[in-house]
Design a protein around this ligand. Structure first.
Ligand code: ZN
Length: 441
């Protein structure tokens, strides 16, 4: 609660004061990493770097980028020596877009700082601590009776109901929607694809609509057509957030909905190009995260595989926190032409597919130059209606994909989420390692 109170105040500080706070915290973290973490000590010695050489975020490029492969190869050396080591617990990413990454979590730091950021992001969406909630996400069933009891107590205390995202289907939805209506008022939190699926179901079935106080989406990119329909059906415009298993809340939307504010008091977010140079404001780059509180296993310049751009203008809300473009992508979100030319999925106007009555879509790519567009269009029941949808989809998408892209279209009842419960807009089965260097991002 103390950390939360600090964050509630610091969000209104001017940009230069927030940067000053970042610099103080960064200097302390680097000092700690040099003295206690073998990997960083070695990295600094090899580069002839002295402690005063890193005074602010501008000095961070003197340190190497931390990739998942480096973590895998140096896991023990990345952990802090001394008493902090005993407080680390193993954790891993979901591996929804690749293989899972094993790392160590400093549980105290994440609980204090990470949870404070989670609660502040909910406050921006108008949610107060203690408001009832319905969370739909991938659920790992507790393995023992004791863990099941602990999970039940935790849910009761949080006034939260957890629903397994994998259980969502047209058969289970009427019951879940009824449950939502019984628990009003509440807020709803899930992947955008799941909330969009529920909104589409309510719209098509004519069921009466529950009225959540707020809707928070995360785990996937919230697309414009999803934002539009979710707002139309439920009332409140959804709040998108960007978080990860490794660093918890990174950025979230404020009531202006004009991008996501980076939690810059706790996180330094850099954007770099393919060569590792900082990208100018407004230009897309690979995201590097430095978590200023993670002392047990520091994440400094950690490349998590996402890319985005920083907005050039400050947010109308008056917060001093930098604004991340709401468009976020992942390395795997690229579509490849036969020539090796690549197209970023976020530059293709998939949002226009909603105009054709398409409720879900997914691009599947097995070989460069060929894609399969899988889609659900519940209203297109006849051959001629399907043909019209297919022609419309080609008209919308092919200009961005390029003339050398061969696209097949497949109508389906439902697009299954990944094993981690996420809906991937691009399911790439290409061997990214074999694509020419410089074409991968
Ligand atoms: Zn704002």
């Amino acid at each position: 609660m103390k950390r939360l109170a600090e964050l509630e105040r610091s969000q209104w500080l001017p940009r230069d004061r927030i940067e000053q706070l970042q610099s103080e915290r960064l200097h302390k973290l680097i000092e700690h990493a040099y003295s206690n973490v073998p990997y960083y000590r070695r990295a600094m010695v090899e580069r002839w770097l002295r402690l005063h050489g890193i005074q602010s975020a501008a000095d961070l490029p003197k340190l190497p980028i931390l990739t998942k492969d480096i973590i895998r190869d140096n896991l023990e050396e990345m952990c802090s020596e001394g008493p902090l080591r005993n407080r680390l617990v193993p954790a891993h990413t979901s591996g929804s877009t690749g293989s899972p990454l094993l790392f160590y979590d400093s549980i105290d730091e994440q609980r204090c700082h990470g949870l404070a950021r989670v609660i502040r992001a909910r406050e921006w969406a108008g949610v107060r601590l203690g408001d009832r909630s319905l969370h739909i996400h991938l659920q790992v069933q507790p393995s023992s009776r004791r863990k099941r009891s602990a999970a039940w107590v935790r849910q009761e205390l949080k006034r939260a109901i957890d629903v397994d995202g994998c259980s969502i289907s047209e058969h289970t939805l009427p019951g879940i929607i009824e449950q939502m209506k019984r628990m009003e008022p509440f807020y709803l939190e899930s992947y955008p694809s799941i909330i969009f699926f529920i909104a589409s179901f309510i719209r098509n079935s004519g069921l009466s609509t529950p009225h959540p106080l707020a809707i928070i989406t995360g785990g996937e990119q919230l697309q414009d057509h999803q934002r539009q329909l979710i707002g139309d059906v439920f009332g409140p415009e959804p709040y998108s957030k960007y978080s990860s298993f490794e660093n918890w809340e990174i950025a979230s939307e404020c009531p202006s909905h004009s991008g996501m504010h980076v939690n810059a008091e706790d996180i330094i977010l850099e954007l770099v190009d393919e060569g590792g140079a900082r990208t100018p404001r407004g230009e897309q780059g690979r995201i590097l995260i430095t978590n200023l509180h993670n002392y047990g296993m520091p994440f400094i310049r950690y490349e998590n595989g996402d890319y985005s751009s920083l907005a050039g203008v400050p947010c109308a809300c008056g917060r001093g926190l930098p604004l991340l473009d709401s468009l976020l992508g992942r390395i795997s979100d690229f579509i490849y032409a036969g020539s090796g030319r690549r197209v970023a999925a976020i530059s293709v106007p998939f949002n226009r597919l909603a105009l054709l009555g398409i409720t879900q879509h997914q691009i599947v790519q097995d070989e460069p130059g060929r894609i399969l567009l899988r889609l659900t269009a519940p209203a297109a029941t006849t051959a001629s209606a399907k043909e019209a949808v297919e022609n419309g989809a080609r008209e919308f998408l092919l200009p961005s994909l390029g003339p050398d892209m061969h696209m097949e279209v497949e109508f389906t009842q439902h697009i299954e989420p990944t094993a981690a419960g996420k809906h991937l807009p691009v399911l790439s089965r290409l061997n990214h390692g074999s694509l020419p260097r410089g074409e991968r991002r």
